[in-house]
Design a protein around this ligand. Structure first.
Ligand code: FO1
Length: 335
């Protein structure tokens, strides 16, 4: 059984690879809700929707978020009325937000609604919000404190980041689905997907019970670097690393997760940095981490499963016979 921590597009891609390989009951994907916000009277959960649409295979491949084959009548009509259009809500996507908002208002939990939506979309694994309590990512910048989507979409990540706050996270309880996965007797590994560490993963780890549970659980924690060749694969991770005074490389990512992870999967392009990661007490594993096609997502997922089965003393996962051993990707320790 695997628990994957995911945020936006990078997380959704690896979650898809894991979901294609593992039986549904053997995968829980816990999703960041720090990006959630109320907009036009609707409750939007962008990361849950990105993961959900990717797992259902109905995601917009060009943007990474939203639904494929989308139409924009609502946005055009809203614009004509002089409404707010900086956050694009497609007509199909809108149904998700309207129905979620209606059910939240009637007292249902985000967990229950997400579970029902995933079932309706034919997703076999569990997708759970990190918490059913309110957590909001606040980006403190040279232009003041900004709500996450103001920083990310409206201001296109332009302001300089000084610090990131996960408002409400310390008091938030983890969701029942996350707690069940962390306490699962067959839990083999926790996978930190190549999501933005500061914006997507940090809010999950900011829940104190999650951090404590990860430390005490004793299963391997395997992260995949979202930085390749000194650049973020997608989004502002590189810019933020720099603004926070960190090295823009997978070493910066290793330092960020130091004490939390056992293994960092890095890209072939960063092979020469493996010894520095090793020196931080983190096992570097080298492979092609760029996920263009479904086969790339599945290959990375198989590698992670093989790493987990090597490290875990628990039940060996079902790895296809063609899966290379993790040793094939290991960096030479003294080069
Ligand atoms: N990202 C954008 O850059 N512009 C948008 O207009 C936008 C709309 C949007 C609507 C629904 C949704 O689920 C996601 C949306 N995103 C948009 C993506 C989202 O804001 C970010 O990718 C995540 O919050 C960061 O992981």
């Amino acid at each position: 059984m695997f628990l994957a921590l995911a945020g936006g597009v990078g997380g959704a891609k690896l979650a898809t690879g894991l979901a294609n390989i593992l039986p549904g009951a053997d995968l829980t994907v816990v999703v960041n809700t720090g990006d959630d916000f109320e907009h036009l009277g609707l409750h939007i959960s962008p990361d849950i929707d990105t993961v959900m649409y990717n797992l259902a295979g109905i995601h917009n491949r060009a943007t990474g978020w939203g639904v494929q084959g989308e139409t924009w009548h609502f946005m055009r009509a809203l614009k004509a009325l002089g409404g707010e259009t900086w956050f694009q809500l497609g007509d199909r996507d809108l149904a998700t937000h309207v129905e979620r908002t209606r059910r939240l208002k009637s007292g249902e939990s985000l967990s229950a609604i997400t579970s029902d939506f995933c079932r309706a979309l034919g997703i076999p694994c569990s997708v759970v919000p990190m918490s059913d309590d309110r957590v909001r990512t606040i980006v403190h910048t040279d232009r003041g404190a900004l709500a996450f989507q103001d920083y990310f979409v409206r201001l296109r990540c332009e302001p300089r980041v000084l610090r990131i706050e996960c408002e409400g996270a310390e008091r938030a309880r983890m969701s029942a689905g996350l707690e069940a996965a962390l306490n699962h007797t067959r839990l083999q590994a926790v996978v930190i997907c190549p999501s933005n560490p500061f914006l997507s993963v940090a809010p999950i780890l900011a829940i104190s019970a999650v951090r404590a549970s990860l430390r005490s659980r004793g299963v391997p924690v395997i992260a995949v670097s979202p930085i390749v060749g000194g650049q973020a694969v997608k989004g502002p991770a590189g810019k933020i690393l720099k603004e926070l005074g960190q090295e823009v490389s997978c070493i910066g990512i290793a330092r960020y997760y130091q004490g939390m992870i056992d293994t960092l999967v890095i890209d072939d392009a960063d092979r020469s940095l493996a010894p520095s990661i090793d020196a931080l007490g983190i096992e570097p594993v080298i492979t092609d981490t760029i996920m263009r096609e479904t086969s790339d997502k599945e290959r990375l997922a198989k590698l992670i499963m093989a790493l987990a089965s090597k490290k875990s003393s628990a039940v060996t996962p079902e790895c296809p016979g063609t899966t290379p051993t993790p040793q094939d990707w290991r960096a030479p320790r003294d080069s």
